[in-house]
Design a protein around this ligand. Sequence first.
Ligand SMILES: [Zn+2]
Ligand SMILES: [Zn+2]
Length: 95
Amino acid sequence: MSGGLIFHDGGGAVARCTRCGAEAAGPCARCGAPVCGDCCVLTEGGARVWAICLACEDRGGRSLRRGWATVLGWIALPIAALALVVGLLAWLQSN
Ligand SMILES: [Zn+2]
Ligand SMILES: [Zn+2]
């Protein structure tokens, strides 16, 4: 019972939630995968509310944190290196 589309006589298709297989409430705003109400979260993206799947929420949260860690690393590493050099020079001059 993995996702996919269930076809009816009329030719219409009912999208199935890609996570649990229940009838999907709508597509994820980020990846477009059909998700049911239980497998999505509502997130406010500016003026309107978006429904994104839990997988996208996980990815988004992690990537955001990783992005900040990268930025902090780029700022902190040169400062740490500079402090090391300054400390080394001060130590050399004191001898
Ligand atoms: Zn679901
Ligand atoms: Zn998604």
